[in-house]
Design a protein around this ligand. Structure first.
Ligand code: SAM
Length: 275
């Protein structure tokens, strides 16, 4: 860094696996700040050590008491202060939002040093539509809440991106198959690391694969937008027939149109035939 950093809060993205992804600018900022606020001082201390950087580390997460944020803002008012998370971009399913909000309210400069994030990395690998996507963080761990969140997104015409964990992947895929039938999915795993992989298919295909090869490591789950994949005609009939058990043809057509993204009028015509 040529000149000393101005005071302010520097949001610094760090690698999600591959150390080569720390940008030169991020490294210069991490060297040049007065202190680094981080989620876990051991994790960040280990990262900085690998780059030969010795820094004052201050533990911070969004649930820390209000005093913790105030103390950080007091530093950022007069000196450069970095915020990092354990991996990737701070604030993206990680702490930082409250601190940034408070800094802005206090008139403290906020500077972002962009870099790796699993959401964008996964999107660039999956081959699903990327012109519109919704990042929805982690799905709830309880089955009912998970189904409700997926149902909320049923009508959204965008690729859905969720963070997942290996032990919960099977349940998440099963929920997608049930609540969003006819959607292809992608599982992006261990991104930027030695065993990086990205698999696409139907939820049932991926459940079968990961049933035989239990997944390890960190996972991003992507769900294709409605209508991106045309479900086969028998599957659509089965969905309509199931809906017709408790709904009129028009309601059944609306419900299945919402779930699959198929044309409501065509579904209505088919529902009348099936009735
Ligand atoms: N701030 C990070 C970012 O910008 O991606 C995300 C932090 S969030 C607490 C951790 C989750 O991100 C993991 O459970 C996983 O879903 C996803 N993730 C992080 N690194 C990953 C990687 N290398 N490969 C796949 N998913 C990853």
């Amino acid at each position: 860094m040529d000149s000393p950093l101005a005071p302010g809060l520097y949001i610094v993205a760090t690698p999600i696996g591959n150390l080569g992804d720390l940008s030169p600018r991020a490294l210069a900022v991490l060297r040049g700040v007065a202190a680094v606020a981080c989620e876990d001082t051991r994790v960040t201390g280990g990262l900085l050590h690998k780059f030969g950087v010795k820094q004052k580390l201050i533990r911070y997460d969004d649930h820390a008491d209000a005093g913790a944020a105030e103390r950080l803002l007091a530093i950022a008012r007069s000196s450069p202060l970095a915020l990092v998370s354990d991996a990737g971009t701070p604030l993206i399913s990680d702490p930082g939002y409250r601190l940034v909000r408070a800094a802005r309210a206090a008139g403290i400069a906020v500077v972002s040093i962009p870099g790796p994030s699993a959401v964008v990395t996964a999107l660039t690998l999956a081959g699903l539509p990327s012109d519109r996507f919704v990042f929805a963080g982690f799905l709830p761990s309880k089955a009912k809440a998970r189904g409700e969140v997926l149902a909320e997104f049923a009508a959204v015409r965008a690729t859905l991106v969720f963070y997942e964990t290996a032990p919960r992947l099977d349940a998440a895929l099963a929920a997608v198959a049930q609540v969003l039938p006819g959607r292809d999915v992608a599982v992006a795993r261990e991104l930027t690391k030695k065993f990086e992989e990205c698999r696409t298919g139907t939820p049932d295909e991926l459940r079968a694969h990961y049933g035989a090869h239990p997944p390890k490591g960190e996972i991003v789950l992507l769900v294709a937008p409605p209508g991106a994949v045309v479900p086969d005609v028998h599957a659509v009939d089965a969905l309509l027939q199931q809906a017709l058990q408790s709904a009129k043809p028009s309601q059944a057509a609306s419900e299945i149109a919402r779930k699959t993204g198929l044309d409501r009028k065509e579904l209505y015509a088919r529902a009348l035939q099936l009735k």
